[in-house]
Design a protein around this ligand. Structure first.
Ligand code: GTP
Ligand code: MG
Length: 515
């Protein structure tokens, strides 16, 4: 049976929930919005070190004076003047060129000066990693630079004509897939980087290669649009060969389709050289690549369309990190609803009532922010030690459900050798920013992959490729939503011993679960 084809049966689609953001700079009066944007753009010329922090880094929170205008008084038309914001995750096999391409984007958008590049060139040479200097822009810690491998998800910002982007540079190495999952679960769109160098595409695409695993995970985690960049086109084994590009595209298309992507609508291919910076900010020269008539990377990113989200939904912000700074500050991406200074919210699952003292988007204090934004929120009423990543900052009126058990539809991908999937099976559950040990307590029904209907026979165990409905238990309370209510908070992966063994969606919650 074709396992990949079965993933589609899950229909893990995020349509209708992804969207553009709304955000209002704190001091902005309507006539000042344009100016505020300009200041932000100028801020982008800061040395990249201050911008490309790993997820775990403690950001510096600047304090500005608090304006006392009520959020409700902020006119709605201001929201439309702000560029949309999207998180873009860079995924793909180890050494495909994700960090190099991310670094090149920052260089081309003027955020890294020549002197810094020269410094990185020297440092890379001293570490016998000459060609890695562009990756050093994203790979900021010593271990990453010595080994030439991303470990933590690197973060950086840049802008195109229409959009403010946060790059999430995921690691490709299989040991760090959990970090990749954390990056992808915050992303709106993905850039899948594929190396066209002889032998490298093949290794990444093989079973066990991360090209496949990342695509399947990205789809499950709600990355609805993919730009597939065929990288290293400058390499001497490729030399901008149309045949090589076509070969890669023709192999990837059926695989992407079987992973649940609508290749015509949701996927776009393009050739680049991340190292040289070709076909990135401007289109490739016809002398280098006469056959390419499509867009460059910046144009493609600029024109990606994602559905509009409702800023008036119940507030949901999964917490990815927290720290102390004149109160308790939590970080995360708003998945639903809007937040305002002065709001009363709950930190779930511990139902702690909190008050919003301040909201920061990048370095700026803002009065109000909507879905899609990456925020830091200063709270009163809770100590930093009482919060863990995986908790959710949530609306009081409609808090996120908390459970120790839920029902889910699972697609088994590839179990460990000789393993069978049955009651008692233990795995690690990754759902939004939650990472928890879990146990399958009961298999309820197997779904016939052909008819998509439940099979009559009682099911005691299943094997690779099966679609099964089961009950899953965790030891402590976690926040989850039904997939049909909030896809981003209701889809998950199960991993065992460093391997993704299943993807799934939450189909039902116990009735006592709502807070
Ligand atoms: P991980 O973080 O370990 O998953 O790797 P990565 O995908 O971030 O790759 P990275 O950017 O670290 O690049 C790996 C190697 O590929 C480095 O030696 C880069 O110089 C090289 N490389 C990346 N992009 C290009 C390119 O466009 N052309 C050529 N010739 N080499 C490239
Ligand atoms: Mg990297």
């Amino acid at each position: 049976m074709d396992i990949e084809a079965e993933i589609r049966a899950l229909q893990l689609d995020s349509a209708g929930k992804d969207n553009n953001a709304t955000l209002i700079p704190e001091d902005a009066k309507p006539e000042e919005v344009e100016m505020t944007d300009k200041v932000e753009e100028e801020g982008m010329t800061d040395e990249v070190d201050t911008k490309s922090q790993p997820v775990q880094a403690e950001p510096k929170v600047k304090d500005k004076e608090v304006a006392d205008m009520d959020c409700a008084e902020v006119p709605d038309e201001m929201e439309s003047q702000k560029k949309r914001h999207l998180n873009v995750v860079f995924i793909g096999h180890v050494d495909a060129g994700k960090s190099t391409t991310g670094g090149q984007i920052l260089f081309l958008s003027g955020q890294v000066d020549d002197r810094t590049i020269q410094k990185y060139e020297k440092e890379a040479k001293d570490k016998s990693r000459e060609s890695w200097y562009m990756a050093y822009i994203m790979d900021t810690n010593e271990e990453e630079r010595v080994k030439g491998k991303t470990v933590e998800v690197g973060r950086a910002q840049f802008e195109t004509e229409t959009t403010r982007f946060t790059i999430l540079d995921a690691p490709g190495h299989k040991s760090y897939v959990p970090n990749m999952i954390s990056g992808a679960s915050q992303a709106d769109i993905g850039v899948l980087v594929i190396s066209a160098r002889k032998g490298e595409f093949e290794t990444g695409y093989e079973r066990g290669g991360q090209t496949r695993e990342h695509v399947q995970l990205a789809k499950t985690l709600g990355v609805s649009k993919l730009l597939v960049v065929v990288n290293k086109m400058d390499d001497h084994t490729v030399n901008w060969s149309k045949e090589r590009y076509d070969e890669i595209e023709s192999k990837m298309v059926p695989f992407l389709r079987s992973s649940g992507y609508n290749v015509k609508k949701d996927v776009q291919f393009l050739p680049i050289s991340g190292l040289v910076g070709t076909n990135m900010k401007t289109r490739v020269d016809k002398n280098i690549c006469p056959w390419w008539n499509g867009p460059c990377l910046f144009e493609a990113l600029d024109s990606v369309e994602v559905p509009v989200r409702d800023p008036k939904g119940p507030y949901r912000m999964p917490i990815i990190d927290k720290f102390k700074d004149m109160g308790t500050v939590v970080m995360g991406k708003v998945e639903s609803g809007s937040i305002c200074e002065g709001d009363s919210l709950l930190v779930m699952p511990n139902k702690a009532p909190v008050k919003v003292l301040a909201v920061y988007c990048d370095e700026d204090k803002v009065r109000r922010a909507g879905p899609g934004e990456n925020l830091r929120v200063r709270l009163s009423g809770i100590e930093e030690e009482d919060i863990s990543s995986g908790f959710v900052l949530s609306s009081v009126v409609k808090p996120i459900p908390t459970v120790t058990e839920f029902t889910a539809q699972l697609q088994i991908l590839e179990l460990l050798e000789n393993a069978i999937f049955t009651a008692g099976y233990k795995a690690v559950l990754h759902i939004h920013s939650v990472v928890e040990e879990c146990e399958i307590v009961e298999l309820l029904q197997q779904i016939d992959p052909k008819t998509k209907k439940p099979m009559k026979k009682k099911v005691l165990f299943v094997k690779n490729g099966a679609v099964v409905v089961c009950r899953i238990q965790v030891n402590s309370l976690i926040c989850v939503e039904k997939f049909s209510d909030f896809p981003q908070l209701g889809r998950f992966t199960l991993r065992t011993e460093g391997k993704t063994i299943a993807v799934g969606k939450v189909t039902d919650l116990p009735s006592r679960s709502s807070a």
